[in-house]
Design a protein around this ligand. Sequence first.
Ligand code: NOJ
Length: 944
Amino acid sequence: MTMVKHGNFKTCAQSGFCARNRAYADLATSQASSWNPPYSLAPESIVFKNGQLEGTILKRVGVGGEMVRLPLVVTFLESGTARVTIDEEKRQKGDIELRHGSKARKERYNEAASWAIVGGLEVSVTAAVNKQTEKGATRVLYGPSNKFEAVIRHHPFSMEFNRDGQTQVMFGDRGLLNMEHWRPKIEKKEVEGEEKADDTKATEDEGTWWEESFGGNTDSKPRGPESVALDISFPGYEHVFGIPEHATSLSLKETRGGSGNYEEPYRLYNADVFEYEVNSPMTLYGSIPFMQAHRKDSTVGVFWLNGAETWIDVVKSRSSPNPLALGVEAAVTTQTHWISESGQLDVFVFLGPSPMDVSKAYGELTGYTQLPQHFAIAYHQCRWNYVSVEDVKDVDRKFDKHKIPYDIIWLDIEYTDGKKYFTWDPLTFGDPLSMQKQLTKNERKLVAIIDPHIKNEGGYRVVDELKSKDLAVKNKEGNIFEGWCWPGSSYWVDCFNPAAREWWKSLFRYDNWKGATSNMFIWNDMNEPSVFNGPETTMPKDNLHHGNWEHRDVHNIYGLTYHNATHHALIERKKGEVQRPFVLTRAFFAGSQRVGAMWTGDNEAKWEHLAQAFPMILANGIAGYPFAGADVGGFFGNPEKDLLTRWYQAGAFYPFFRGHAHIDTRRREPYLMGEPYTSIVTQALRLRYQLLPAWYTAFHEASVMGAPILRPHYYEFPGDERGFALDDQFFVGSTGLLAKPVVTEGADKVDIYIPDEENYYDYFDYTKYSGAGTKSIRAPLEKIPLLMRGGHIIPRRDRPRRSSGLMKWDPFTLVIVLNKAGNAEGTLYLDDGESFDYQAGAFIHRRFVFSQTSSSLVSENLAEAAGAKTAAYLKKMKKVRVEKIIIIGVGGEWVGRRVASIDEEGKQRKAKVAYHRSAGGKTAWAVIRDPGVAIGNSWKIELA
Ligand code: NOJ
């Protein structure tokens, strides 16, 4: 039986700073109203100027009145987001001593923003101090029309963020702010019988201040204790979401015990967690410290910008609201407690009010999803490993023989010469070009894996350069850090170093990596980083990175720096070649969405892992990183055929859709499954290919406004409380497609929740479902429960092809799903799917509107202005037409409709209309055949 080795990973109690902060919270809670937090904002220090409030927080330490100075900056951004940073003056000035002769930096880490943030930092020019003053507090009006208000309380220091006269977010209302200030280590003389001289620290447990050991590794902690923690409460909010990556429910459970709750906080410490378990707050491969809170018709969010190990406790209080909260009636309040090992305190607050507003504002800061290539959102075929050029060619041929579509075949680590990246195994992959040539015939691509550990072997060019150019991560002594990974003894490239990033680029150049072509893309794995013999399978925290930052400070960012370097390397493989990069990553941080896709790592071929994937993908989407998927089939183990079939049906709804398997598993390519499985899986794959135009449109929305691709119910129906915790059904972009793939063994029906009074139709047979509530849908093995909500128009391409590249010039089908009033609307975004020409206007962006009153379908241009490449692109697309329009849910007036009149850019034409009456619960529908209109043109189709 497989099982995660709990003992390899710390619990909060085994992680000094987490335990200390939890103990602090317990102490505060036990003292209740007599708790006197030691942090005060000195009123005379407060200055408000140009959208920014500055001041000094004083932390009272000991009994002698000693104060630690903590500079505070609250910035009100133009976007309506507020940012709060707290630093520590002594460390800022470098006025501290490091222990053990360490070469580490003295400041609290202050460069996380340079990795996570790419925009949205314009400071508000309208934010102003509220004239209605209140004793002991400073109030600032900000946000759209200055409707938001931040209340900064001086003693004890705390903050509230208000919207609409109501408190939405509170900082420090439980008094858990904690910045462990620098102090010298006082070596205690152990004199027997003598009383301790200073008893003021009697309550503090120094046991983990100066050194910590775990799993045979001792962390030297040259700066002593330096954690940063804050309680953040959401008064009136029962649900919180986000903070991936955890194998847990979408609506986050409580973490301080109690029935059905966790005992441990959610941990964010990127790690290679072997055989991870479902339903757990344990850390996984990536971390995005961004959380949304949602209540009826209101969403808010916080982004805790910190790259160090972080733990988050979540509790829900059902008592009466905090006395400081404005306008909040007695309801559930979610209280969270954020605890990081080091770094500045740096938090962003988003006041919504809709989930899309929060996504957009978060994306303005951290960037939006990279617009992927067409092939990247099609189906990927992977396993560890396709063993030779011949094997790859054979798999490729077999997909064709069985008429199963796929776009990309993947090479895992065995393609290399002895796990030396940028080489090919001479015996098995001696002729990589012939393999890529065969793939290219059907517009297919290759992806090869490149990991950040570089084999320590004499004569290997890459390691020789890494060493001679001094570009690797260092150990605490400042020498090159050596550890173990797939190749055995290895070094790790340090992509915090700009010179390392430049060098990394050079390795991907075609003249350097012989055998790579422009049809080959990259998979970055093990970038947590995974170090087999390191503490918790990663690097020691006292390792040093570029600029002498300790690994402790940047651990969760390392994976992003590496992924980012590969992304940029692919853009510059050859002078003059311009194509979008594709890089998959396992480790991630806030901002990773800008540079490629992620997947959820080593899951298992078990039903519970199939079920776990959707909540994880949804959580990622909420946290701004929607290009996500899970290994279809499950990585470890051999899935039963039913499980594999259901997994393909689910995978057809993963934004990143890839089959993958461990080296010890049996082959499981869809054509090996036998009937009826092979056919059913082929149908699922074809469904994905048919809907690629809708998926691509959803990706485009993600790339310009941060919209999740799989949308949880609360995004689409923020007022419907019954949908808030749903995480096994979801909408696909704005298409109105509502899916609930089967994820349980032996199910032949599913209960799907319909949130509103609109009509919904079965995607495949047009069975009608109406009225809000739970509907039972038949779901035998061959069926994917998928509904279309009335009111939407879904773009499709219906011709089955071998790859998405071969669909480039295929005609479109528009599916018009009428709402109760007989209207529908939808959008389509389309471009060449591979270059950056869309940035010069080479794209088609249409809105289709069907109106009952005018009995017409209109295609309108949504592109704001033409760019340099618009005309040429539209000319190329002139021949790409709409071949079929299906109208679902039509009324009696359609019975006699035989002809549609078409007006396309001044030219008139007629097309035939066919009517299909309703029968056996299935709605009536009509088809306009071959209207012949170009997909990129403006046109109108009228029905007499
Ligand atoms: C770990 C990855 O999670 C897995 O997908 C991959 O197959 C192995 N590393 C080997 O590279």
